[in-house]
Ligand binder design. Sequence first.
Ligand code: GUN
Ligand code: ZN
Length: 423
Amino acid sequence: MTAWRAALLGFDEEGQPWRIDDGLLLVEQGRIIDLGPFAEATARHPGVAIVDRRGLTLAPGFIDAHVHYLQIDMIGAPAPGLLPWLQRHTFPLEARFDDPALAARTADFFLDELLRNGVTTALAWGSVHPQSAEALLAQSRARRMRMIVGKCLMDTDVPESVRDDARGGLEDTAALIARWHGVDRLGCAITPRFAPSCSPAQIAGAGELARAHPTVWVQSHAAENPDEFALVRRLHPRARSYLDVYDAAGLLRPRSVYAHCIHIDDHDRRRLADSGAAVAVCPSSNLFLGSGLFDFDAAGQAGMRWALASDVGAGTSLCPLRTMLAAFEVARLRGATPTAAQLWWHHTAGAARAVGLEGLVGNLEVGLEADFIVLDPQATPLLARRTAMADSLEEWLFAMMALGDDRAVREVVVLGEGAVGSR
Ligand code: GUN
Ligand code: ZN
């Protein structure tokens, strides 16, 4: 058993944040077995050895609901919009990931970066090549991380070097599921890249695979960019909307996670809410590519599940604090004013609920897996000065979000064991 003494930050059932200024968190065999105010918790566990992190704050590890691991090497590659960005930068880079050695080196670096930024779980994309997904799964397993990974399905209108065929892509996905899904903390995702790159046969096959494997995730992109939207309308003239292309194939269901969903209507929002699918909201990516501004209020009114995501490499940072600030700024432009606590929830406990990981990760709560981070509110002189002035939890969370970056993540603990920065 290990007992961590620090301030503790978590969320209640309703998503409200709580904080225990002098707390104790007890971990045994990778799970949180008790937590509470220091005096009370030590009385329940007399003589327990204590890891002293006073002055620091233990918080849930972040969940990144959508990230392309191999695009880590193309962050900040500008283009006039999504479609030219894919053609100019993305597909040529991804073509190189038929090389398992390159995939392994990149996965290693990516996971180190993810952890260094306080992200302990992600829904991560490989390239079209199954060996790229294998590399990330293997490295995630070695780090004992809870990770969900898919290889892209893309059999249409993309360069040959990043193309599969409908049947082969689905067979590769099925083989990944058989080999990896549910192994240790790993999950697989059926990953049709987006409607324009998948033939009707491939989308239908993805739906069949999803029906055969209800615990497997589905991840894709939807309604990111107006040109992409127009392309889908031309390719699928009978579909009611872009999202309807996936819906008609049975791909809207719990554990389906669609990135972006900017250019959708209330009918789509209701379908997302009713089907149990979730949206990965990717503000830094949407700003970088000029894709548009996610409508937070409409999502809330429709009861949609959504989680924050970096969408690296269109996204410009793996740091959840940066993503939350970008989300706040986009929300402001849309007329919404989310609290820092709400945004934080959508990157931790709320993200877990949205993507089907509730009860496993995303919070400091008895019974959950012990994936947490140790935040340093004094990581920079300005952060120290500003957080010292905060006279409410909301103000403190906002200061961390507005001024913090990877330097504020002092340590990362995965399944109860120090992964980064442990002293
Ligand atoms: N749509 C299809 N592929 C991609 C991708 O790699 N990144 C983003 N942001 N959108 C996509
Ligand atoms: Zn993406």
